[in-house]
Design a protein around this ligand. Structure first.
Ligand code: AMP
Length: 282
């Protein structure tokens, strides 16, 4: 597996990888600190594309001024080993000024109708940063498919809207959430949790399962589903809810009645760590 540092190298790799008409390129954008959730995306890329690129970039523009950019876990050597063992062909790991050559005066991509919804409401500017960096990665690598985790479901909505609006010829593939055996969704930020916080954090997946089971019993009313999730969270008062929401997965607008494909999403703080989880209801 080759490590690429510049956009020019990534572009060249992409062009060379299109050696035959049957060649396809899959891109897996990440912020590193790779775990089994990321590995599942790399495997999905390898399974459906002849060439797979993984990017590792802790994108400063998607962090707020008081967020965890500086202390975000970084484990480059272990990440290289994991990406290589999953069969990635290249790993793109640029420096910040490679992707933002004009620093704060760079061009940004904004999706006004989505930017203040869900995580965007509590993390102003977050989706603007995500949309901008994903646009840069897609334009540089020109993949046939890009692989994202359903874990960040609102991000998937943002990226789908971005590619539709910018008319980028890439298919956005959402891969299932990978969880620890006890239900906690894997996240690089789980490393911040103390053992006690990790135990309390299980309340997110319990709330998700509760809502899934109510839907399976026929409950469709958003108010009832949301109230029931709040009831589950009440069992863990030290976990502070950011949002509990039932929304349309494309527009991220609240819905009153759940239908197949509706997104049920939660965000909550366990200590100083903000965690998210969700389910696409069926
Ligand atoms: P991150 O490095 O946290 O920005 O995540 C990079 C990609 O991996 C995003 O598309 C995430 O949604 C995805 N991802 C993170 N955690 C998981 C997980 N537990 N299961 C599946 N995909 C995940």
């Amino acid at each position: 597996m080759e490590v690429l540092r510049t956009v020019t190298e990534l572009r060249q790799w992409s062009r060379l990888s299109r050696c035959t008409a049957a060649s396809t390129i899959g891109l897996v954008p990440t912020m590193g600190a790779l775990h089994a959730g990321h590995a599942s995306l790399i495997r999905a890329a390898r399974a459906s594309c002849s060439h797979a690129a993984v990017s590792i970039f802790v994108n400063p523009t998607q962090f707020g001024p008081r967020e965890d950019f500086a202390r975000y876990p970084r484990s480059f050597d272990a990440d290289c080993a994991l990406a290589a063992s999953e069969g990635a062909h290249v790993l793109f790991a640029p420096a910040v000024d490679e992707l933002y050559p004009n620093g704060p005066d760079s061009t940004f991509v904004e999706i006004p109708c989505l930017s203040n919804r869900l995580d965007g409401a509590s993390r102003p500017g977050h989706f603007r940063g995500v949309a901008t960096v994903v646009a840069k990665l897609l334009i540089a690598s020109e993949p046939d498919r890009a692989f994202f985790g359903q874990k960040d479901a609102a991000q998937v909505a943002v990226v789908r809207r971005l590619t539709a609006d910018l008319r980028l010829a890439v298919e956005i593939v959402a891969c299932p959430i990978v969880r620890d055996p006890d239900g906690l969704a894997l996240s690089s930020r789980n490393a911040y949790l103390t053992p006690a916080e990790r135990g309390r954090a299980l309340i997110l997946s319990r709330a998700i399962r509760q809502v899934e089971s109510l839907v399976a019993q026929g409950e469709r009313r958003a108010a009832m589903l949301i109230a029931s999730a709040h009831g589950v969270f009440a069992c863990e008062p030290e976990v502070r809810i950011d949002y509990v929401a039932l929304v349309d997965w494309s527009t991220l607008e609240p819905v009153e009645i759940a239908v197949p494909g509706t997104l049920f999403a939660v965000a909550a703080w366990a200590g100083s760590t903000r965690l998210i989880d969700n389910s696409i209801l069926n």
